[in-house]
Each structure stands twice: as C-alpha cells, then as structure tokens.
Ligand binder design. Structure first.
Ligand code: GLA
Length: 731
C-alpha cells in the first residue's frame, strides 16, 4: 500500500472509532438553516461541537469524528483549562479563584419564534450554577446566547469576568470585519485576516458604545470577505455599556470568539441567592456573504429586537442644522409650513427649546430643566403642536434625559445625582459644564422616566422623541452605590437606563423614539429594543455618509437608519454636493431633512418635492426589503451601489453613486443581486431633476437573470452623479 493510501486508511479507521464514541447528550440547537451543537456526558464537561450549516440530529455522530480532538469546552472557566483565555472568572466566597463546571441538565422550551434551550452547569464543589441559554429564532437564523450565573454559596462571590458567549471557529483563511470610527466619522469598516494572537475590540465610553469600536463583528470563513457569496458568521453583543470582544487565535485549531461586558475596572459582587444575567450575544451564519448575514440581522431586528420594526417611518425635518440652538416660535412655524409644502410628514424641534432660570441659549446650561422657555416659545409646545396640525404634519421634540449641566436648576437641587468620584474635581464635558446623571440611583431612574412621562402627559400629541446622550462617563464613580459596589457602576448605570426605558415603553408603546449619542453613539443592539431608529452620525456630508451608512448597514436595518439631507456647503466638511446626490444618499434609509428650507432655491424645492413624493412610492421597499450590497465604497472602484428587494421579489430599488471623478475613469458594470432570475422587471428611474431626462434604462423591461448575470451600464458622467432605479415585476 502506498504511503498516501495507508494514511487515508488510518484516517478512516480513526473516524470510524471516534464516530462510535457516544455522548450522553448531543444538544442540537437549530434554526431554519443553521445549527449549533454541544455534547456532554452527565457530570462531565460541556463541549462545543459545531456552529454553521444545519445538521440533522442523525448527522451528529460523524460530526464528532470530524471534530475529534478539536472540540472545545463550551464556556471555559478560570482554573479548569490549561493555557486558554476564559469566559468566566469567579472568586468564590472562601477566596477560591477556580471554577469547574459539570453538566447538570438540559431543558428545551418552545418560544413563539423557535425554541429556548437551557443547559444547566454546576460547579463540582461549590453551590454555584451557570445556566447557558440559547434562543434559536428559526425564521431569521439568529441564535441568541446568554448566561445566568447564580450564587448559592453562603456569602457574596465576585464575578471578575462573565462573557455572554464563547464561540470557537475552525482556523483557516478567516477574516474579521468590524466597525470603528469617531464622532462625525462613525462606523468605518475594517477587514483583516485573523492571525495568531488575540484581537480585542472594546469600547470604554461608559455611556454610549456606538462611537469608536462597535460591539458587532463578522467572520468570513472563505478568505477575504465578499458581499453576496461565501460563508460568514456574524455576532452582535446586545449591551449598551462597556464591552470587550476577544478573538483568540490558538496555535492549533481554533479562533475563539468571546464577547461580554468589559472587565476594565469592572467586576460584579453577586450576593447569595442572587443571579446575574449577562447581556445577549446574537450570532448568525450565512452562505450568502456579508449581505446574507446583514439580512439575517435586519430581519431579526424588525421582528422584535428593535422597537416598531413593522411600522413604516415618517419623512421628517429636524431643526438642528437649520437653526441650531436658535429655536424660536416664528422660525419653528415657518419650518413646519415650508416642510409640509415639500410633502414632509413630521417636524422635530431639536435642542434649544427649554430652560427657565437658565435658558438653553448655549450648550453650557439647562440640561435637566425640561420646561419650555417662554421667551423663545410664547405659545409653548402646545402652540407648536397646533401649528403642526394645521400643516397636516406630526410633531416631535429633542431631550437629553441622562445629562445635566452645572448651570441648571436640576444640578442646584441634586448635586448628588451626578456620577462623580470622591475627593476629585468634577470632570466636565460639553460646554465646560456637562455631567452624566447617576442612573444606578433609583431616584435618578424615576427622574429619567419622568422626563418623557411629563412631556407625554402634558402634550399627548408628541409623536416622536429624539433621545440624545452627548457625554461619556468620565467620572465613573457613583455617590449612590456603596463602596464595595463601586466596581460595578458601569453595569448598574446601564441596568438603570434599561429600567427607565422599559417603563417608558410599557406606558408609551406607540411613541417613536430615536437613539442619538452625539451622532452614532447609541447604535447598538442593547438599546434598540426601546428605540425605533438611530442617528447614524452628526456628519451629514452625503459623500462621507455613504461610507458610514454602508458600515451601519452591516448590522442595522435601513428603516432604523436616520439619514438627512442637509445644506450645501455641508456644515461639517464644507463640501458642495448637488441636492439630487444628497437626496439619493438619504433615500437609501429613513429619509429626512436637516436644514432651513427657507434657504432653498425654487428649483431645489421643486426637486425636493419630487424626491419626497418618489420616496413615498418606494418607502416600503427601502424600509422592509432585503438589502443586497453590490459595490462597496471601501473597494475604491470610484462608485458605490446597493439595492433592496421585497421578500416577494416583485419590486426592488437600486442605488448607484459616483464617489470619485476624473477623466477616462472606468465605471464598472453593475450586476444586481437578489432578484428572481425568471421574472421580468420594468426599470423606472426616480429622483429626476426638473428639466433633466431619465437615462436610457427608463421604461426598459429586462429579465432578472440578465440584470444579475450580465448587469447594467449606469450613466454616471458628472461629478456626484447618482441614479435611483425602481424595478417592478411585469406580470
Ligand atoms: C448632538 C446630536 C445632534 C444635535 C445636538 C444638539 O450633537 O447628535 O444631532 O441634536 O446634539 O445639541
């Protein structure tokens, strides 16, 4: 027998031997197209066996053969494993720093959209339990995992680390894609191959974790990431506070993904009989590239992980870049009148409307004093609501309930309500006076709830609230928490925030709320269950927005992405961009405007009217359709292009943007995706400026297979050229 044949025979024999190894439990957690498999012997370790393609229960045997010697402990604890990073670190009541978990039992419960599997593990010596929970959301291919850690010891134990999930991924040409950025340049995409060592992604802002690094990653298993092909795992940690995602590339078989609350100056004292529940880690797997993973997250978000996921979004005008803090009744009324004339549906009065003793004229005062400033608004909010009604539009308002200023009546009354360290100066932020309230304090939680509750009680017609958070937690110590709990202030802040938001949502389920965090600071799945949308960035420059919206769309659905047309030159970058391009960029998500309409020329107004009317026709495709990203702006091809397709594949909306401009520039052909190959579609060009003709494709009927396999030539001649094509099935 040749050497190769001999090796092959030995491998087969090995496979057969391992295949017969029976485990007491094979736990197969499945969605429509994916499976997560654990195996264990009663009283033994829980081992990870598989995550990815769907596995039928009778296929688990051979799976063990494939993974022989490679399967990892499912939730590694400090002390039980050699030379590995761990997901759970506990100091037990007697000071013992090790934890050895063994399987106690497994239970499965039906859930409305799938199944919840609970695997109970217990320490071999201490009365200390960990329940690993897995919610398989069948239709969206998302599995949410989290741990419930219970202290049954006689005295408190300390949790030094408690990850939400641990996921081994077989080593190969695996690439990590993640989001990073800063204020006015959020959600930039980076992709890199995973190499030996630990990659750590973390955010320590304290209050808003969507600026800087993001708590979501994708792992492309077949080499450099592609949009519509290839196997990809996606993961999103659903937690609004500090976190760390670690990917430890071992020297042998696996990349281990670990995700949880940050341990940076943070630990949790768990009292006897108490349970600590970690945030959820949502994972998904797709064979349709990064866009496939995005579609899973978007469907999951719309099905309940974000608020109001089935309600179409209004087209709004926000007053911020139009008047900034110079809010004043006549201006507000004019803006409402002008926006209604363009076809707008909702007006949002941003910062600047409040403060009595300290009027909010600058950004250095008044946060916390949520009373109308009568000098600016003589007829109050009720007067504005009346005006909105006369114009046939809805009314919304801005608040920043988690913050105060040293120049405020709130701070004068409650100086002990802010986060501050003993014997230290206050760490002041925006305006040189801004502070974060101490949401670990139940009185502060009540106050934050009352900010919304009072507004809604006084003015029940408020349809929309923009909830801002313009400071991180620089003074991360709580006057409320006892000294032995100071290391959990970060966790208590976010639990407190969640409690206030839960109360608000229970009482006001129909109120539309935007999460803003000084731009994109609140773009995370920890807060999404309470918010209908996010403010993507304080940077409204349409060109830079293409990159940020692309990044945000990796994990967040378009209906949740607030995208506003603003003035030219742009206030953040000074760039001059034609109104059509600005509209076409904003129309790929939740369309809005953020400028003073009275400064628009007649031709700009007439274009805006048409674009808004067009958006109303296709809003359902953008807001509820499936995303297919086609050409990435990050690919440096001079253009960017994406599309949305309805679940029935009978309508679609295609966007193309020219993002570079030079002579003899090769513009690529655009191959569409996600259509039905056998259907014929009529192309209908939208957003056409007055006096301009549509491109040659307008009215043309083409088969889905042609659009996807041959592609289309899109005329993009001028600088900042853009095209929007609606595709409608010809029956
Ligand atoms: C933050 C928000 C802006 C605006 C201002 C108001 O920066 O991101 O959109 O609301 O606050 O002060």
């Amino acid at each position: 027998m040749s050497k190769v044949k001999a090796l092959f025979a030995t491998a087969l024999l090995l496979l057969a031997v391992v295949e017969t190894k029976a485990w007491d439990y094979d736990i197969v957690i499945s969605t429509e197209n994916t499976s997560l498999v654990y195996s264990a012997n009663k009283g033994g370790d829980l081992r990870f066996s598989h995550y990815g393609a769907k596995i039928a229960p009778d296929e688990v045997g051979p799976l063990h053969g494939i993974w022989a010697g490679m399967n990892r402990v499912a939730y590694p604890t400090y002390g039980s494993e050699f030379n590995v990073l761990t997901s759970l670190q506990v100091v037990h009541a007697d000071g013992n720093t090790t934890t050895f978990l063994a399987l106690k039992d497994v239970a499965t419960y039906p859930a409305s959209d799938g199944e919840i599997t609970v695997i109970t593990l217990r320490d071999r010596h201490y009365p200390f339990e960990v329940k690993l929970n897995y919610h398989a959301r069948k239709a969206t291919d998302i599995i949410e995992m989290w741990a419930e850690i219970t202290n049954l010891e006689k005295k408190p134990v300390t949790l030094k680390r408690m990850d939400s999930g641990f996921l081994p991924v077989r080593r190969g040409d695996v690439w990590l894609t993640h989001l990073h950025g800063a204020w006015t340049a959020e959600t930039q995409i980076t992709s890199e191959p995973l190499r030996p060592g630990v990659k750590s992604i973390r955010n320590l802002d304290g209050a808003r974790n969507g600026q800087g690094d993001h708590a979501e990653v994708m792992l492309s298993l077949d080499g450099a990431p592609q949009e519509n092909v290839g196997r990809v795992i996606g993961a999103a940690l659903c937690w609004s506070g500090n976190y760390e995602l670690r990917i430890d590339t071992e020297n042998d078989f696996c990349h281990n993904l670990m995700a949880g609350i940050s341990t940076e100056m943070s630990e949790y004292r768990l009292e006897p009989k108490a349970t600590f529940t970690t945030p959820r880690l949502a994972v998904t797997y797709s064979t349709e590239g990064m866009s496939g993973v995005s579609r899973n997250f978007h469907r999951w978000a719309r099905a309940g992980q974000m608020h109001g996921g089935s309600t179409p979004r209004d087209i709004l005008l926000n007053s911020w870049e139009g008047v900034y803090l110079d809010v004043e009744e006549t201006k507000m009324n004019e803006m409402m009148r002008d926006f209604a004339a363009l076809g707008g549906e909702l007006f949002v009065m941003d910062d600047g409307w409040f403060g009595d003793k300290y009027p909010r004229d600058k950004d250095n005062s008044s946060l916390g004093d949520w009373v109308v400033n009568r000098r600016k608004l003589p007829h109050g909010v009720e007067g504005l609501i009346e005006a909105a009604k006369k114009n046939g539009i809805k009314f919304g308002i801005w608040i920043e309930p988690e913050c105060t200023n040293t120049l405020s009546e709130l701070y004068e009354k409650h100086p002990d309500w802010v986060l501050r360290a003993e014997n230290r100066d206050l760490r002041l932020t925006r305006g040189g006076t801004q502070l974060l309230l101490d949401l670990s304090n139940p009185e502060v939680q009540d106050f934050v709830f009352s900010v919304v509750d009072d507004l809604m009680t006084k003015y029940p017609d408020i349809a929309y609230i923009k909830w801002d958070a313009n400071t991180g937690a620089n003074n991360i110590a709580s006057p409320y928490l006892s000294r032995d709990k100071q290391l959990q202030v970060n966790i208590e802040y976010h639990k407190g925030l969640e409690k206030a938001l839960q109360r608000i949502r229970t009482k006001y389920p129909h109120l539309v709320m935007q999460a803003c965090g000084g731009g994109g600071g609140r773009v995370n799945y920890g807060t999404m269950p309470y918010f209908d949308e996010v403010w993507v960035s304080d940077n409204t420059d349409a060109l830079q927005r293409i990159y940020m919206q692309w990044g945000t769309s990796l994990f967040y659905p378009s209906m949740a992405m607030a995208q506003h047309v603003s003035a030219s030159p742009n206030h953040q970058t000074g760039r001059r961009i034609p109104m059509k391009f600005r509209f076409d960029v904003a129309m790929s998500g939740r369309l809005g405007m953020e400028m003073q309409p009275s400064t628009m020329t007649e031709s700009e107004k007439s274009f805006a009217r048409r674009a808004i009317a067009d958006y109303k026709q296709v809003r359902d495709i953008v807001q509820f359709g499936d995303i297919y990203r086609l050409i990435s702006p990050y690919a440096d091809r001079g253009v960017a292009s994406l599309m949305y397709v309805t679940p029935e594949k009978d309508r679609a909306l295609f966007f193309a943007y020219k993002i570079l401009h030079y002579r003899y520039q090769p513009i690529p052909r655009f191959s569409m995706a996600g259509l039905d190959a056998d259907k014929t579609y009529r192309i209908n060009e939208l957003s056409i400026p007055e006096g301009k003709s549509p491109s040659y494709l307008h009215g043309v009927k083409v088969k889905g297979s042609m659009l996807m396999n041959v592609g289309i030539e899109v005329p993009l001649g001028d600088e900042y050229a853009s095209r929007v094509y609606e595709l409608v099935e010809v029956k």
